[in-house]
Design a protein around this ligand. Structure first.
Ligand code: SF4
Length: 170
């Protein structure tokens, strides 16, 4: 972009240009954190403990709440399957380079960048790896629905699936 993005429309267009299905600027208070989300990772998700960006290594819901409360604006977006982390990282970098030095992105799902995580050496792809919203204790269903997006429990393989990511802007 030739000028610094500022208006909500600028960020939304940026997200759409990078592959988001839809996007909105939302308030951090509308991003819902909950203690139970951690349990859903720990009991029932085979991604638990498999990478540095999943629980128990990722931020707790309480820490995430404190971080969210330090921002004014969040870019929340829906993405095609398997693209939310990449879109979040791309937006994070562009928004950061645009002058918003606090920008940080979150995606969806476990880290798929390595076959096995490099726990002892530290992350091999720190510039690309980001936790998912749910790995940070965010209730993705309540957050998406509360901001006017559609997301339902997937009961069969034929059901529509919805994936989300966000960028904390400033
Ligand atoms: S990029 Fe690789 S090393 Fe980094 S968190 Fe993901 S799996 Fe682990």
């Amino acid at each position: 972009m030739t000028r610094k993005a500022n208006r909500a429309n600028d960020f939304v267009q940026m997200a759409l240009d990078r592959g988001a299905v839809s996007a909105k600027m939302v308030k951090p208070s509308s991003v819902i954190t909950a203690a139970w989300v951690r349990w859903k990772c720990q009991f029932g998700c085979d991604g638990f403990g498999t990478s540095l960006v999943c629980p128990p290594h990722s931020p707790t819901p309480e820490e995430t709440r404190r971080v969210l409360d330090g921002y004014r604006r969040v870019l929340l977006f829906e993405s095609p399957r398997g693209r939310s982390r990449k879109i979040a990282v791309t937006l994070e970098r562009e928004i950061f380079l645009d002058g918003y030095y606090k920008a940080i992105g979150l995606g969806a799902g476990p880290c798929e960048l390595c076959e096995t995580c490099a726990f002892d050496e530290g992350c091999r792809h720190a510039e690309l790896a980001r936790p998912s919203m749910e790995a940070c204790g965010i209730d993705v269903y309540a957050t998406a629905r509360g901001n006017g997006f559609t997301i339902d429990v997937v009961r069969t393989r034929k059901d529509p699936q919805h994936y989300f990511g966000l960028v904390l802007v400033d």
